[in-house]
Design a protein around this ligand. Structure first.
Ligand SMILES: O=C(O)CCC(=O)C(=O)O
Ligand SMILES: [Fe+2]
Length: 431
């Protein structure tokens, strides 16, 4: 329309411009008035080089909806008008951004059958200090920055910046130093491992009430075969305590077990659904950890191992249904250790009797331990002569459950403090 006036005719141009503006407004209004109350499809296309996740913004932390492969991956979702979705790198909640505007890629659904395209140049922001979730501000307001700083610094950096200086601490090299975390001395010096297990194996052991059995010891000197220490306590906890651990796990919720994938620059590790481990697990934190029977068992483990609880990962409660297993693995990795050092000791509890299958098998030792409620199985992942070196002899696996259901619980015990580094997001997991 504007084109029909001569360039010099200001009045004509102004009138035409006004008509155009009115028309646009009308069109916009019409668009707004179109409402859809039913569910309809929407398509996402990922042109970026990052494997991406689509999350529905539920006003809280978002709900994971789809995975999009890089360089053209697609997915369709059923959704509703007005729903919003945000895009992150796969496996971590680090947003994918438009680097020019520093806005995270997100979309609010307007009408059926739209396609949202994540452009080729989408990438993590150059500013790592972002609020990733709608709930960040209110979490910060209720004090979460101080009681869960690691998680909050990484996920709600903007909202914790004033209180914690999160924009500095988001760099794991700044956040995760021994000095900042007041790390104490290693739990074991060379020789301490043998001393501990020998004290359990001794005839007059302080812990004879728990019925220690030696399945393997160096030189077979204390019983069992010749090998690394492997010991059971056949009467370590009560039925009531076993049930409390299972209920604690249910309270937190059992989820299909994941492995830890690659680490990003913020110190987060990608969660990868495990193929070598088909069981489910729950980390016993919060309400689970506060169950009196649960903390009583942890305390007993402290007494027996003489390693303080701050070196432990939270109880991990395991659930194996029919045919579920955990293939051969080692509880510590040969290389990567981090501030907390190796897992030096596994304190493993059988919470149920299993009718058939579900044994823990030490592949290199030819030892197989049958699940039995009340039984604890304990073995080291490091060497007596040097507790900071890995002992490759203690590979093990959980045999498939053939009949019945297996519940178990793990305390993984580290050479150094674990709770502090975990709280500050320095272990790669943010539980
Ligand atoms: O379930 C078992 O018997 C062993 C589990 C295990 O090795 C683990 O959780 O690391
Ligand atoms: Fe294990």
């Amino acid at each position: 329309e504007e084109g029909t006036c001569s360039a010099a005719d200001d009045e004509c141009n102004a009138a035409a411009h006004q008509r155009t503006t009115q028309q646009e407004q009308q069109e916009q209004q019409q668009e707004k008035q179109e409402t859809y109350t039913h569910k309809f499809p929407m398509k996402f296309v990922n042109k970026s080089q990052y494997r991406a996740d689509v999350h529905w913004d539920d006003g809280k932390y978002g709900v994971h909806m789809a995975i999009l492969e890089p360089n053209g991956g697609e997915s369709s979702l059923e959704t509703y008008q007005g729903h919003s979705f945000f895009i992150t790198r796969h496996g971590v909640k680090e947003g994918l951004f438009d680097l020019e505007t520093d806005e995270q890629h997100r979309v609010t659904v307007k009408r059926p059958n739209e396609t949202y395209e994540i452009p080729e140049n989408a990438a993590p922001s150059t500013n790592p200090c972002q609020d990733r979730f709608s709930i960040c501000k209110s979490e910060a307001a209720r004090g979460t920055c101080s009681w869960s700083p690691g998680w909050m610094i990484v996920h709600c950096c903007k909202s914790c910046d004033e209180e914690l200086n999160a924009s500095e601490l988001i760099d794991p090299n700044v956040r995760c130093t021994k000095e900042r975390l007041n790390m104490t001395e290693p739990a074991w010096q060379p020789g301490d491992l043998n001393k501990l297990f020998e004290s359990w194996a001794a005839k007059d052991s302080d812990f004879a009430q728990y019925d220690p059995q030696v399945l393997s010891s160096p030189g077979a000197e204390f019983g069992g075969i010749d090998g690394p220490w492997v010991v059971t306590f056949d009467n370590f906890f009560s039925e009531d305590e076993a049930n409390a651990l299972i209920q604690g796990g249910a309270k937190v919720g059992f989820e299909r077990s994941t492995d830890q994938g690659k680490m990003n620059s913020l110190g987060e590790r990608e969660k990868v659904v495990s193929t070598t481990r088909t069981s489910s697990n729950a980390w016993c934190i919060g309400a689970c950890e506060r169950i009196p029977q649960v903390s009583r068992v942890s305390h007993r483990i402290e007494e027996v191992t003489k390693v303080p609880k701050k070196n432990y990962e939270s109880f991990q409660i395991l659930e194996y249904d029919y045919n579920q297993f955990y293939r051969s693995h080692h509880d510590s990795s040969g290389s990567e250790k981090g501030l907390s050092g190796h897992r030096i000791l596994t304190f493993f509890l059988y919470l149920t009797d299993v009718e058939e299958g579900g044994e823990t098998k030490f592949n290199k030792l030819g030892i197989q331990v049958k699940p039995k409620r009340g039984r604890a199985l304990v073995w080291p992942s490091v060497k007596n002569e040097d507790p900071s070196t890995w002992d490759p002899r203690t590979f093990h696996e959980a045999m498939p459950v053939i009949k019945g259901k297996k519940y178990a619980a793990n305390h993984w015990i580290h050479l150094n403090d674990y709770e502090g580094p975990n709280k500050w997001g320095c272990t790669g997991s943010f539980s």
